[in-house]
Design a protein around this ligand. Structure first.
Ligand SMILES: Cc1cc2nc3c(=O)[nH]c(=O)nc-3n(C[C@H](O)[C@H](O)[C@H](O)COP(=O)(O)OP(=O)(O)OC[C@H]3O[C@@H](n4cnc5c(N)ncnc54)[C@H](O)[C@@H]3O)c2cc1C
Length: 376
């Protein structure tokens, strides 16, 4: 046997799962088709939002609270700074779905927050143009993460604890077999007891029984020049999500390089046939909608991007990820399709995947993520 547990894909969640397995003393091997910390899948692009008062549903709050503890543990073990809490400003009309869900999370879990009316928000955060009657919900336990650093940190910590990493090696197939599982990769067959499949945008390939419920989207990131960069530093400009009407929103970050501010549209800009057909080129027409929103709502930014990047991400039909037993198997655990909001929880998803693969269960609430719900 080559290891007790194999992890397929050392991206956001796979890297964390490998680290957690190694922490538990489980003999683990991880396969990555590129190199750990690369920016060609869902974890690239400099920064990811962390927030706790959760618009996607109150059921995530216990996971977010545990995720935050684990981010701090990973920082301590790796020596890397990964999570910066800046607060998170969510701007919209009172009564919007976004603000209703966030408020429900905050109330149910007693999360620290402030609610600002339009004039208080305009006075405190003049970087935003505020519409009459809009309110701002300031989530104190929000900020940003450094995705590439985080993945690399987790892989290095896993290796330091004895895990084996096989970089630049694409897994071709997983054969659950009877008892042991065979992983076919790089012209070799590896035998293990359990497998965690964490291939991100390639999830449908390893879960054909769920393929009808999993799609790949191309997501866009764009960086805009700040006329007064000092007004957009992390201590003055919290991460934000702004409702721009018509069910759409944009989100953004403080400047990390002292000049550019990243602003992105929520959701995908194009659906892809398959993650392998992903093209990193972005025609200027793709950014036009974000440029228009920046011109309207962030007047201190020049509304044509100086830099863009684009990344694939798998979405499920109900917007909740997949974490649990791959239907029809006994020893394959699926961890993927986190639908545009999984990075902040990658630490806890990795921990849960490691618990599932080593003990078969977890105490954390993941019923809403069970792959069986979509398997018919
Ligand atoms: C542009 C963008 C912005 C986002 N913003 C946020 C945000 O602000 N906050 C937030 O919480 N979430 C955000 N998300 C979502 C979040 O980044 C993803 O949900 C998360 O990164 C997915 O993690 P993953 O482990 O499933 O996938 P990935 O991180 O993509 O990891 C999958 C890994 O598997 C590898 N792999 C795939 N197939 C194979 C194979 N056959 N063999 C070997 N290796 C393989 C890939 O190369 C990759 O490294 C965003 C996503 C994108 C794309």
């Amino acid at each position: 046997m080559d290891a007790q547990v194999a992890v397929i894909g050392l991206g956001s969640t796979g890297s964390m799962a490998l680290w957690q397995l190694a922490k538990r003393g489980v003999r683990a091997i991880g396969f990555e088709q590129f190199t750990p910390g690369h920016d060609r899948a869902a974890a690239g692009g400099e920064s990811r939002i962390f927030r706790t008062a959760y618009l996607e549903g109150t059921q995530y709050v216990p996971l977010l609270l545990r995720a935050r503890q684990l981010w701090r543990e990973l920082e301590e073990e790796s020596g890397a700074r990964l999570l910066t809490l800046t607060g998170g400003l969510m701007i919209g009309a009172p009564g919007s779905d976004m603000l209703a869900n966030i408020t429900a999370s905050a109330e149910q879990y007693d999360l620290p927050h402030e609610v600002l009316d339009d004039s208080a928000m305009a006075a405190r955060f003049p970087q935003h143009r505020v519409g009459p009657g809009e309110i701002g919900f300031l989530d104190e336990w929000a900020g940003f993460l450094r995705p590439e650093f985080a993945v690399l940190a987790a892989v290095r910590c896993a290796q330091a604890r004895g895990a084996t990493v096989v970089p630049s090696c694409r897994v071709d197939a997983v054969d659950p077999g009877d008892g042991l599982v065979t992983v076919h990769a790089g012209g070799r067959a590896y035998t293990v007891e359990q497998v965690i499949v964490a291939p991100g945008p390639w999830t449908a390939r390893f879960a054909p029984q769920l393929a009808g419920h999993v799609r790949v989207e191309q997501l866009l990131l764009a960086w805009y020049f700040a006329l007064d960069a000092g007004a957009y530093t992390a201590d003055r400009f919290p991460i934000f999500i702004r409702d721009i009407g018509g069910g759409r929103s944009i989100y953004g970050f403080p400047t990390l390089d002292g000049g550019l501010v990243k602003v992105s549209p929520e959701g995908g800009v194009r659906q892809l046939h398959d993650a392998d057909t992903f093209d990193r080129n972005v025609p200027p027409s793709v950014t036009e909608r974000v440029d228009a929103a920046v011109a309207e709502w962030l007047p201190g930014l020049v509304p044509t991007p100086l830099r863009v990047s684009t990344h694939p991400e798998a979405f499920t039909s109900d917007g909740h990820g997949l974490l649990g037993r791959l239907p029809g198997t006994g020893n394959v655990w699926l961890c993927g399709a986190f639908s545009g909001h999984g990075f902040k929880m990658s630490t806890v998803f990795g921990e849960i995947a490691a618990q599932l693969a080593s003990t078969g269960g977890t105490d954390l609430p993941i019923g809403h993520l069970d792959p069986a719900r979509l398997a018919g």
